[in-house]
Design a protein around this ligand. Structure first.
Ligand SMILES: C[S@@+](CC[C@H](N)C(=O)[O-])C[C@H]1O[C@@H](n2cnc3c(N)ncnc32)[C@H](O)[C@@H]1O
Length: 296
């Protein structure tokens, strides 16, 4: 492929971008020509909202073409347009073919939860020390083991779900990728329900469970019925407060509630919200996040 880049003022960005698209560019991107210098301008936008400005004072437009002929034709045609005045061609260069799959995959290394428990993408060999291992690829749903909240829940599982004891009934409420439910299975839980309000998370959980030879039931929150020995909920403080009566009602006598997604400064408000049912305590901390647990 071939990349044509040009420099223009903010007023010319729209006309030139439209023209490049009309000339069969595969993609057109606009960036600050002064990025990484003292003259760099910060433009802040909200996802899904129109850009705050069409471009920067000095904008660099980069258009990608399938062939050199297309890129050269576009360059020649643009240069004779009146709206090209004041702009300049920066370069026309060939873009090397890249193995994007390999480049993307190389960014995801195995994640260590404890010395012998790892989250390992399918394209990696498990580390030699990994006695327990979850095979998980980054996908649409949250939960690849890289977030402190997920890691704290998994560490709790390693310490408290015991393969030698009776099969534990576990509820993963807000399962995302299903990582906690699968982690519980790896440590001996045998009766596992994983629920999420996001149907894409349910799909992801089913696929990840199958890839790990784990049997569980996954579905929307209504699937959670009755009481469980362990209730895991890594959501966020506000929904956790709203869910307090529901989550507590799912904790069996002698069972444990394990919650993450809570910032250190939210400890007291969570304790107060759960006080009518359970006494929460902080049992782990990482990067400003806390793990709050309670026993019935
Ligand atoms: C932070 S992710 C946690 C994913 C995974 N359990 C982990 O520990 O990495 C929170 C998940 O909770 C789900 N969620 C948010 N509010 C929920 C609610 N009220 N009921 C059920 N699931 C909810 C989200 O869709 C998301 O998948």
């Amino acid at each position: 492929m071939f990349e044509l880049s040009l420099l223009c003022s903010e007023e010319r960005v729209e006309d030139l971008s439209d023209a490049l698209e009309a000339l069969d560019a595969l993609s057109v991107s606009v960036e600050d020509a002064d990025a990484q210098t003292d003259a760099e301008q910060a433009l802040f936008g909200e996802p899904g909202m129109p850009a705050p400005k069409e471009g920067w004072n000095r904008s660099r437009i980069v258009a990608l073409f399938q062939t050199r002929v297309q890129a050269e034709e576009a360059q020649a045609l643009l240069q004779v347009q009146d709206f090209f005045e004041g702009s300049e061609i920066l370069a026309l260069t060939e873009v090397e073919d890249q193995d994007w799959v390999r480049i993307t995959q190389s960014q995801f290394a195995p994640v260590e939860i404890t010395r012998d428990f790892w989250i390992v993408p399918s394209w990696h060999e498990p580390p030699a020390a990994a006695r327990h291992c979850i095979r998980l690829d980054p996908g649409l749903a949250f939960g690849t083991g890289t977030h402190p909240t997920t890691r704290m829940c998994l560490r709790w599982i390693t310490r408290n779900v015991d393969p030698a004891r009776a099969p534990a009934r576990v509820l993963d409420y807000g399962c995302g990728s299903g990582i906690l439910a699968i982690g519980a299975a790896k440590f001996g839980a045998r009766d596992i329900v994983a629920v999420d309000i996001d149907p894409a998370a349910v799909t992801s959980t089913v696929a990840n469970a199958a890839a790990n030879d784990v049997t569980l039931q996954a579905g929307l929150p209504d699937m959670a019925q009755g009481v469980y020995d362990v209730v895991l909920a890594n959501i966020l403080a506000t929904p956790l407060k709203v869910l307090a009566p529901l989550l507590c009602a799912h904790v069996a006598e002698g069972g444990a509630l394990v919650m993450a997604g809570i910032l250190e400064r939210q400890e007291d408000e969570l304790k107060a919200a759960y006080a009518p049912w359970l006494q929460l305590e902080v049992s782990d901390r990482e990067d400003g996040w806390i793990l709050m647990t309670a026993r019935r």
